[in-house]
Design a protein around this ligand. Sequence first.
Ligand code: MG
Length: 361
Amino acid sequence: MHPLTIRSVTTRAVEVPLRRPLATKIGTFTTTPFLLIDLHTEEGVTGRSYLFGYRPNGARLLATVLEEIEVMVKGRPCTPATLYDDLVRGLNLYGPQGIAFQAISGFDMAAWDACARAAGLPLAAFLGGTPGPVRAYNSNGLGLMAPDAVAAQAVELLDGGFRAMKIRFGRDHVDGDVAAFEAVREAIPDDCLLMSDFNQGLSRREALRRLPVLDDLGLVWFEEPVAYADLDGCRELRETVATPIQIGENFYGPTDLQAAVDADAADFVMPDAQRIGGVTGWMRAAAIAHEADLPISTHLFPEVSSHLMRVTPGAHWLEYVEWASPFLAEPLVVRDGHAQVTTAPGTGIEWNEDAVRSLAA
Ligand SMILES: [Mg+2]
């Protein structure tokens, strides 16, 4: 099989209203900007991916880097791992993190999608695995709301057969978090698991005070209790509480995961496809996590991440969010609490063009 040849990389920005606006310690989200990426090849195969813009102009910022990436890859074979290394080297002067690396991740996901499509295989199979179910938790809500509101939403989030969901913590007083937890716990079946996320909302001192209060609630994990780069703080918290400390959505590339391993900063890790380096970065990061015996979960991007989990040793939990579904022709299906990786070629990302037009930003 000859590699595909890259003809162009095009992008479009959309703004998607969230069905359930989400209040977290790091910000309240009512809509989400996305950048949609199309990688066109001379052979007629198109690879697709999307990135989160996060802020109103975020998609535009990412798009400008992807214009530069197009200049660097146009006319070259679509060989994702090689291109990843070349792009990291080529954009190195912008720094190894941030917008430039996020754009590389988006390009990388589209490039792998194109290759898998050309082979007629789902990405999971192209990477040497099999399609099938991936255990998921519902992350579509349970923001910083009053106990009755959060409990009502928890019941909705059971839809799809979910038996795990994530609650956001970091209210003004820890008692508020306990009250929200108890309301949710009472509203959902006993066998339903709960993860928790502080979205980096606590100072180290505050975390050392609060986490012990929440330690006996039976939570699957405490996610990002303190600033993401505070690896020493995470280690100190691990030594203080029994509930596992989960970090990783802000790792930039496999190197950051290695740094967390070296610092003994985490019980669990959960890289984000947009920051870990797309498919290529994920595979390298997953190898590090496996060697360190760290269970690995995903952050956002359930469409691509579900494929990755099928080839990830130590695969722990898929974070399910429905936020991209409005502009996808075939949104990811969840049944019995498991995302279904199907036999469709590539990652399964196809645009709903009518929706893309009406959501254009
Ligand atoms: Mg988080």
